[in-house]
Design a protein around this ligand. Structure first.
Ligand code: GTP
Length: 264
């Protein structure tokens, strides 16, 4: 008789971590650290590289977009500049993404984490249809967490912090997945200031208003928006270079995945 296929239900395993970050935030170094932590803690990891333009990766990827799409050829063939070339390469790869998820599903029982590296030009992933396809393809099968890498030393300026958080807020609303902020480079600057600003929006507001260029009514509204945003995320201070905070990072990943299981 007529039957509709059952809705896809997320398996408990593995947990997918999609790593997103501004250029220079240390995304690649953090990926390397996460991959080696998974290995050394005897967890089973699977690594995906979705950056077609990366020259060399400091870790081994199980699936690498560069094996399927040659970004330089795409640029020539479609007469595109570098960003157009990366975007088109990702679009071409996204059309086959169900096969990629199929490969992960086939090994799901034997995996704990799937680590996904995204293009260095963040907006190519966060504001493209193919980025959304990748996110949705994973999220419909596995508990999926988005990790947004923050350059902590560069965010000590309250206005920079605010724009960084607004960007992260956009990612949360666009992906509708659990978001984990990785405050990277804590070996250079501790992220305590960020925790205080996230905890107490009035403290943050006074810091922002110390910057004379800001209209106080706008900053007050934005601080209130962010206050609401912070209630919906987790964070961890990490150093990709020293390894500090990585154990806590994975604890936060696991908690985020639990939330995913409860609410999706
Ligand atoms: P793109 O390659 O441009 O996409 O940048 P990325 O975000 O992948 O950053 P990458 O890993 O290349 O790191 C950028 C710079 O930050 C490099 O000089 C790294 O050595 C440095 N860096 C990354 N993580 C840390 C960290 O935890 N501490 C310190 N001190 N430096 C870091």
């Amino acid at each position: 008789g007529a039957s509709t296929p059952p809705p896809k239900v997320a398996h408990k395993k593995p947990i997918v971590i999609i790593v997103i970050g501004m250029a220079g935030s240390g995304k690649t170094t953090l990926m390397q650290r996460l991959v080696s932590h998974v290995q050394s803690s005897k967890k089973r990891g699977y690594v995906l590289n979705l950056d077609p333009a990366v020259m060399s990766l400091p870790f081994t990827a199980n699936i690498d977009i560069r094996d399927t799409v040659n970004y330089k050829n795409v640029m020539k063939e479609y007469n595109l500049g570098p960003n157009g070339g990366i975007l088109t390469s990702l679009n071409l790869f996204a059309t086959k993404f169900d096969e990629v998820v199929g490969l992960v599903e086939a090994r799901a029982e034997n995996l704990d984490y799937v680590l996904v590296d995204t293009p260095g030009q963040i907006e190519i992933f966060t504001w493209s249809a193919s980025g959304a396809i990748v996110v949705e393809a994973f999220a419909s099968c596995f508990p999926t967490v988005v990790c947004y890498v923050v350059d902590t030393p560069r965010s000590v300026n309250p206005v920079t912090f605010m724009s960084n958080m607004l960007y992260a807020c956009g990612i949360l609303y666009k992906t509708r997945l659990p978001l984990l902020l990785a405050f990277n480079k804590v070996d250079v600057a501790k992220h305590q200031f960020a925790l205080e600003w996230m905890e107490d929006f009035e403290a943050f507001q006074s810091a922002v208003e110390g910057d004379q260029s800001y209209s106080s009514s706008l900053s007050r509204s934005l601080c209130l928006v962010l206050d609401e945003f912070y209630k919906n995320l987790r964070s961890a201070g990490v150093s990709a270079v020293s390894g500090e905070g990585i154990v806590d990072f994975f604890n936060q990943v696991d908690k985020s995945a639990d939330e995913y299981m409860e609410s999706y």
